[in-house]
Ligand binder design. Structure first.
Ligand code: SF4
Length: 322
C-alpha cells in the first residue's frame, strides 16, 4: 500500500518486564492449581489483550472486594494495594496471592520503615493510578502527592525536618528528575531514595526510545491507554520530535500515519506482549515495509521468584502469554 517504508526498527528492550511476567504467571498458575474462577483485584497488568486472555481462562477481574465470594482465591495486581485493601482481603478470609511487583513492594517497605522513624513523604506520581493509591495507602496520613512542578510549590507537609521523596515506578525519567529537583529546591533537607524508585524496565525502555527516535520518522508504541509506562514512551518520542502513536493492537494502525515515512520505530510498554508486536510488524509489512531490524540494546535477565504456594508445584502454565 505504502511503497515508501524502508524498514522497521525494533527497540531493545521492549515489552514485558520481570514484574509483568511474574504477575501473569501467578494468575496462570493459580488457575492451573485451583481451577477457575480466580479473582483478580484490578487488571493484573494494564493490557487489554492480557486481561482478555486471562478472562478466557477463567480469571474474574474485580475492583471491589465485596464482589468476591467467601472462600475464593484472590490475586492482587502488579500495581500493589493499600494496607486497607490487604486488611479487608484478610478479614474476608480469601486465599490471597500477591502479584505486586517486587520493585513496588520495595517502595512500600521503604515508606513503612521511614514512617516509623517519623518521616513524612512527598510522592511523585499520577493521581488515581492504582500504584499511587497502593503506595500512598501504606500510611493513613503524612504522604503527599505531587504530579508536577506546580504542585511542589503548594504541597504542605506538617514538618520539613524529616521529609522523604518516593516516586511511582513508571514515570517519565526526565519529568521525575525535574519534579525531584523542584522538591529539593523547596525542601533542601529532603531525603531521596539511594536508588531511584523508577524501575529498571521503565528506564531501559525510555533509554531505547531516546536512541531510536532520532533514527526514525515515526514511532509506534504497543500499549493500552491505561498503561502508564506505555504512555510515557509515546510522549517521549514526540518530545524528541518524532511523530508517535500508541496502539492497543494492530487493528488500530492507520495507513495514513505511514504516508511518506521511510523508517518506522516500534516499541512496546512493559505490559504489552510480544505477540502484539509481531502482529503490528505483519501489518506494517502489509503497508509496504521491506525489512525489520532489531536495535542493539541492553539484554534484561532479571527474574522475580513466584510467591510461596505457587512455585514448587511445577505446574506448567497452559498456553503462557508471551
Ligand atoms: S514496570 Fe517496573 S515496577 Fe512495573 S511491573 Fe514492570 S518491573 Fe515492576
Amino acid at each position: 500500500m505504502n511503497r515508501s517504508i524502508e524498514e522497521v526498527i525494533l527497540a531493545e528492550p521492549r515489552g514485558f518486564c520481570a514484574g509483568v511476567d511474574r504477575a501473569i504467571e501467578i494468575v496462570e498458575r493459580a488457575l492451573a492449581k485451583f481451577g477457575a474462577p480466580i479473582y483478580v483485584r484490578h487488571e493484573i497488568v494494564h493490557n487489554t489483550y492480557v486481561v482478555n486472555q486471562l478472562k478466557s481462562k477463567g480469571a474474574i477481574f474485580i475492583e471491589e472486594l465485596s464482589d468476591v465470594p467467601p472462600g475464593a482465591t484472590l490475586v492482587f495486581s502488579a500495581h500493589g494495594v493499600s494496607k486497607a485493601v490487604q486488611q479487608e482481603a484478610r478479614d474476608r478470609g480469601f486465599d490471597i496471592f500477591d502479584a505486586t511487583c517486587p520493585l513496588v513492594t520495595k517502595v512500600h517497605v521503604e515508606v513503612a520503615k521511614l514512617a516509623k522513624e517519623g518521616y513524612e513523604f512527598i510522592m511523585i506520581g499520577h493521581k488515581g493510578h492504582p500504584e499511587v493509591e497502593g503506595t500512598m495507602g501504606q500510611l493513613s496520613s503524612g504522604i503527599h502527592l505531587v504530579e508536577d512542578v506546580e504542585d511542589v510549590a503548594t504541597v504542605s507537609p506538617a514538618q520539613t525536618e524529616k521529609l522523604a521523596v518516593v516516586t511511582q515506578t513508571t514515570l517519565s525519567v526526565d519529568d521525575a528528575a525535574e519534579i525531584a529537583a523542584a522538591v529539593r529546591a523547596r525542601f533542601p533537607k529532603v531525603r531521596e531514595p539511594k536508588q531511584q524508585d523508577i524501575c529498571y524496565a521503565t528506564q531501559n525502555r525510555q533509554d531505547a526510545v531516546k536512541i531510536m527516535s532520532p533514527q526514525v520518522d515515526l514511532v509506534i508504541v504497543v500499549g493500552s491507554p491505561t498503561s502508564s509506562n506505555s504512555n510515557r514512551l509515546r510522549e517521549l518520542a514526540e518530545r524528541l520530535g518524532t511523530e508517535s502513536y500508541m496502539v492497543d493492537s494492530a487493528d488500530e494502525l492507520k495507513p495514513e500515519w505511514f504516508e511518506g515515512k521511510g523508517r518506522i520505530g516500534l516499541t512496546a510498554g512493559a505490559s504489552a506482549p510480544e505477540v502484539l508486536v509481531r502482529e503490528v510488524i505483519e501489518r506494517v509489512r502489509a503497508f509496504g515495509a521491506v525489512s525489520v531490524r532489531k536495535m542493539d540494546g541492553i539484554e534484561e535477565t532479571i527474574k522475580f521468584p513466584l510467591p510461596k504456594g505457587l512455585k514448587l508445584d511445577d505446574i506448567p502454565p497452559p498456553g503462557h502469554i508471551s
